[in-house]
Design a protein around this ligand. Structure first.
Ligand code: AP5
Length: 229
């Protein structure tokens, strides 16, 4: 299946830290009945649990560096082999470099890669205001998605926290890592004819409307693989 020719089921969300990939992937996957596979969420869960994977990943994540490819590939391969990925999946935060993209091609066929296009200044604003629930993982923002009671999760009342890698020093490293290692994937997927851009500025519901049209293939006005919706 090619972009613009029907609904896509095997999707990658690609974009800088804080572009809104996780927010949109969670909602769209729920709506479509797809698996939302966030390697960042899986790694954070492993860190919280304190298991072997978590201990190996923790230092890299706090510093804003990528976790070694072999660790990440093992969890993605295992997760995509489970029955709940059969209906469709959205990969959020994976692949992050060319080695991961090539490894993925050996066990999954992609139909659409969405590039979240956003001004870097907006990204810094989104990351600095982000708060997460350490219990259920729900993501908030102090301005754009505040909890009903300040500092508390709407779902379970836990005290919201800032991700350690949302501190300014780590954000700087993450943006650099994105530019050097992940951004080259845009060209890789453009050459494969899978890439479509989405304007990630605006409210969450504006972005989600653009994404829905794009994923449904209902975007006759955007014929070029890089043209934004
Ligand atoms: P990961 O968790 O994947 O982080 P990331 O890619 O840096 O992305 P973020 O989660 O920061 O941002 P997002 O785009 O999902 O934005 P969100 O929707 O939350 O990775 C973390 C670390 O894990 C990596 O640094 C690395 O160490 C490791 N890792 C993960 N995958 C790996 C891999 N494949 N290989 C190696 N290492 C890996 O939104 C951000 C904020 O903005 C939120 O507060 C949200 O509420 C708000 N917001 C969202 N949309 C809007 C909107 N439209 N308007 C206003 N506010 C909005």
């Amino acid at each position: 299946m090619t972009p613009g020719h029907g609904p896509a089921r095997h999707i990658v969300f690609l974009g800088p830290p804080g572009a809104g990939k996780g927010t949109q992937a969670a909602e769209l996957a729920r709506e479509l009945g797809f698996l939302h596979l966030s390697t960042g969420d899986l790694l954070r869960a492993a860190v919280t649990e304190g298991n072997e994977l978590g201990r190996a990943a923790d230092g890299h994540m706090r510093a804003g560096r990528l976790v070694p490819d072999d660790l990440v590939l093992a969890i993605v391969r295992e997760r995509l082999a489970r029955p709940d990925a059969a209906r469709g999946f959205i990969l959020d935060g994976f692949p992050r470099n060319l080695a991961q993209a090539r490894a993925l091609e050996a066990f999954a066929t992609l139909e659409l890669v969405v590039s979240f296009e956003i001004d870097p200044r907006l990204v810094v604003q989104r990351l600095s205001g982000r708060r997460i629930c350490p219990t259920c993982g729900t993501v908030y923002h102090l301005d754009s998605r505040p909890p009903r009671v300040a500092g508390r999760c709407d779902r379970d009342g836990s005290e919201l926290v800032q991700r350690p890698d949302d501190r300014a020093e780590a954000v700087e490293v993450r943006l650099k890592v994105y530019a050097e290692q992940t951004a080259p994937l845009l060209e890789h997927y453009r050459r494969l004819g899978l890439l479509r851009g989405v304007d990630a500025a605006g409210t969450p519901s504006e972005v989600s409307a653009r994404l829905r049209r794009l994923v449904a293939g209902a975007a006759p006005e955007a014929r070029s693989p890089t043209e934004r919706l």
